[in-house]
Design a protein around this ligand. Structure first.
Ligand code: LIP
Length: 262
């Protein structure tokens, strides 16, 4: 795992440095994916190409799943799960909260994860069973926070049908908690939870590349990460918090049927 972690850290740093040096302006050519607001820049593609090249140079034959390039087949039991820029809209607008996320999965289980937040100079890392770190600081999520005092991070999808329901859900949650934060990057939200900067996170519609690395950072900090009603985390739903708060927030969210479209 140490070798995986070191390689992922080195590659995430290199990709982050490249992106910092070439950050686009709004006038840059961007393409859209699932909707007119779901953007991808040439630098998303360039970052993923760099990551794929570095991984395969070090570990030829490994499999890779990336947000922009999809699944690269291979025979290896090792799969790299990559989000070349998580928080693409923030990146495009020059806001600081975007990240390079790299996870390493062995036989279907994530064993190492790295989230690089270049603008903030923060590199989060985690190894299965060995803890989560921000630089040299061991991370532990907040515990014992009652729902009414919880700072809750969430996010919204790119489709009108999803966002309509997500607006209804957040309107129901807001009066029950301390406050809501919408940062624009799932990976940073989960790492912020691990660092005690928020108490809980939920979202519908995040993908494996969004949460694979940061989810390990969060669980290695002591948080629980799952879907609703005992299901695992998936694009259907993600909920993360320390035990206790997890169950309280779950029991507010589940009756709202937040996995539906309008
Ligand atoms: C982002 C997610 C975030 C979500 C945003 C966006 P992207 O991923 O990390 O949680 O709320 O709408 O989907 O598209 O920047 O890679």
């Amino acid at each position: 795992m140490t070798d995986f972690l070191r390689l992922a850290e080195d590659i995430a740093r290199e990709a982050g440095d490249m992106l910092l040096a070439k950050r686009p302006t709004m006038s840059e050519e961007v393409e859209t994916k699932s909707s007119p607001t779901d953007v991808v820049t040439a630098l998303d593609t360039a970052s993923e190409a760099l990551i794929r090249e570095r991984v395969l140079a070090a570990r030829p034959g490994d499999r890779i799943l990336g947000e922009e390039g999809g699944e690269q087949p291979g025979e290896s039991d090792v799969r790299w799960i990559v989000d070349p820029i998580d928080g693409t809209v923030n990146f495009l607008y020059g806001l600081p909260d975007w990240a390079v996320s790299i996870a390493v999965e062995v036989n279907g289980r994530v064993v190492a994860g790295v989230v690089n937040v270049p603008v903030r100079g923060e590199l989060y890392s985690a190894a299965l069973g060995e803890g989560a770190w921000l630089g040299g600081e061991r991370l532990r999520c907040n515990t014992g926070v009652p729902l009414a005092q919880a700072l809750v991070a969430t996010g919204f999808g790119y489709s009108v049908a999803k966002r309509t329901v997500q607006g209804q859900v957040v309107a129901a949650v807001l009066p029950r908690v301390r406050d809501i934060r919408r940062g624009g990057s799932c990976a940073i939200d989960l790492c912020s939870l691990a660092a005690g900067r928020v108490d809980a996170y939920y979202e519908r519609g995040i993908n494996a590349w969004d949460f694979a690395a940061a989810g390990l950072v969060a669980t290695e900090s002591g948080a629980r990460l799952a879907g609703l009603n005992g299901r695992p985390v998936s694009p259907d739903f993600a909920l993360c918090a320390a035990p206790g708060l997890f169950e309280e927030l779950h029991d507010v969210l589940a009756p709202l049927d937040p996995e539906r479209d309008a």
